[in-house]
Design a protein around this ligand. Structure first.
Ligand code: HEC
Ligand code: HEC
Length: 169
């Protein structure tokens, strides 16, 4: 009886051990393949430096021209920070000076004609509305950007959500 018990345990043990060993083998082979397999796809995003050798001397391309038509553009989705439709050249934006607020702050909008920063710009992270711009929204250009005539590096397939037919991608 004892001998039978023993062999029964053995039979139970062996498949477990072999399946563990098999798993380990697959893992090791996978790791080796991952190390040696060619990187595929090779490079989806083009290098910002272009085709030129990154270590060589390359003349800087001229800066793209900013769009300054003063036309407030439609937003692509409700939460989009609107883009800046005017020039911001030499507008100082530091800890002590914020040129943007000279026009966009509530108390200056009547004179400047600029749209006031919206109420979200007054809210702290607890949703409390402050008397002035919240520190989280002080550095305007972290979210608002100018547009230029630069050509995009990669094509965009973005479509307005209202133009996408339901059920289609
Ligand atoms: C001299 C005043 C002035 C200054 C300084 C200024 N703006 Fe403006 N801004 C305006 C006016 C006026 C408009 C309305 C559109 C126009 O006339 O260009 C505007 C429009 C905008 C808009 C578009 C709002 C919308 O709803 O489409 C954004 C975003 C903006 N400004 C951000 C900025 C940022 C960021 C800075 C600082 C880097 C800045 N502005 C500095 C006057 C100013
Ligand atoms: C953290 C991102 C962020 C920062 C920083 C930020 N904004 Fe905005 N801004 C937004 C978003 C998002 C919207 C649109 C939704 C909304 O009003 O909250 C917006 C809207 C605006 C509008 C349009 C308001 C309206 O009622 O149409 C103006 C003008 C503006 N921002 C100016 C500024 C200025 C000036 C600063 C710097 C003092 C600034 N923003 C900083 C995200 C930001």
């Amino acid at each position: 009886m004892r001998g039978q018990d023993h062999s029964g345990l053995k039979r139970l043990r062996t498949p477990l051990a072999s399946s563990l060993l098999g798993g380990l083998l697959v893992f090791i082979c996978g790791a080796i393949y991952a190390q040696t397999a060619p990187q595929n796809p090779p490079q989806i995003v083009p290098r910002v430096t272009g085709a030129a050798s990154p270590m060589g001397d390359v003349p800087a391309a001229p800066l793209a021209r900013p769009v300054v038509d003063d036309k407030r553009l439609m937003r692509n989705y409700p939460e989009q920070p609107p883009i800046i439709p005017h020039s911001i050249d030499n507008y100082q934006l530091t800890l002590k000076t914020n040129r943007c607020l000279d026009c966009h702050r509530r108390q200056f909008t009547e004179g400047s004609g600029a749209p006031m920063i919206s109420v979200t710009h007054f809210m702290d992270r607890d949703g409390q509305v402050l008397a002035d711009v919240t520190p989280r929204r002080y550095f305007c250009t972290a979210c608002h950007v100018q547009q230029t005539d630069a050509q995009p590096l990669v094509p965009s397939t973005f479509r307005d959500m209202l133009l996408v037919e339901p059920g289609k991608k």
